[in-house]
Design a binder for this molecule. Sequence first.
Ligand code: NDP
Length: 300
Amino acid sequence: MTAQIIDGKAFAATVRRQVADQVARLKSDHGITPGLAVVLVGEDPASQVYVRSKGKMTVEVGMNSYEHKLDADTSEADLLALIDRLNADPAVHGILVQLPLPGHLDEALVINAIDPAKDVDGFHISNVGLLATGQKAMVPCTPLGCLMMLRDHLGSLSGLDAVVVGRSNIVGKPMAQLLLRDSCTVTIAHSRTRDIQEVTRRADIVIAAVGRPEMITGDWIRPGATVIDVGINRIDAPEKGEGKTRLVGDCQFDSCAEVAGAITPVPGGVGPMTIACLLANTLTACCRANGLKEPEGLTA
Ligand code: NDP
């Protein structure tokens, strides 16, 4: 293996420490404690795990955590009424509605009911538009985490060729916008892209956000390129015993690491950065709400 490993776990811990320092300063200098409200509808096991770990880390950095757990059959009107109350609550600076929502709820309607200034997931249509037009937005957490790791590893991204594989609204598209904002030459590849390996092989930066286990192999990567693997896929791992599974990314780690200059592992790469960036976004939202200077290095 030749590639340097970009340790997302360690970097996320650093980001959380920076957030905690700023939270302590907000409390001591201004008597303000940032607050994050997380809304979970239903009992999806994976969502429950995410919500629990978000709540735990929110408290660990000194913020207030407000968890709202609603029954799976909660009506849209009741959910929207809760969002209205959170929008109006000055102690709540960030609101996150855990996705996916049960099928009878209109996700777009619910997300767009959140006050854009409190939309710490950055999914509100106003934030999408602000990001696309290069204005001050709340930026989706996963692409923000990728950007922070890239800046930390490469310094200036200006002029670099970046290929984002995947065009989803939550990862691929906002990632491409952020890279463009940092003056990369950006290509977005997807399931209809022709000669996709040729496209990725031209890139200084490859972001894999596909959701297909180990699809991208070393021969897709230009020697020395930086590879950010967003994918989280659970696959069977018979070598660990019957019925066992393991997590892999969208990149085949060993072959990509032979060629790349640097690569994020799965697990321990982008994943931990996503929650760290949620906390960073909540801090940013709190500073903006109170007319205070935004935290340096923790925003796009
Ligand atoms: P989506 O399923 O919404 O989007 C996947 C994208 O990949 C689509 O744009 C699709 O193209 C493209 N794609 C699918 N197959 C191919 C292919 N064979 N070749 C090229 N492109 C292809 O996924 P998400 O963006 O939500 O997530 C992507 C991955 O990132 C998943 O593994 C997910 O678990 C992970 N993830 C990780 C997070 C983290 O915190 N680390 C957070 C969010 C997601 P098309 O549009 O043409 O169908």
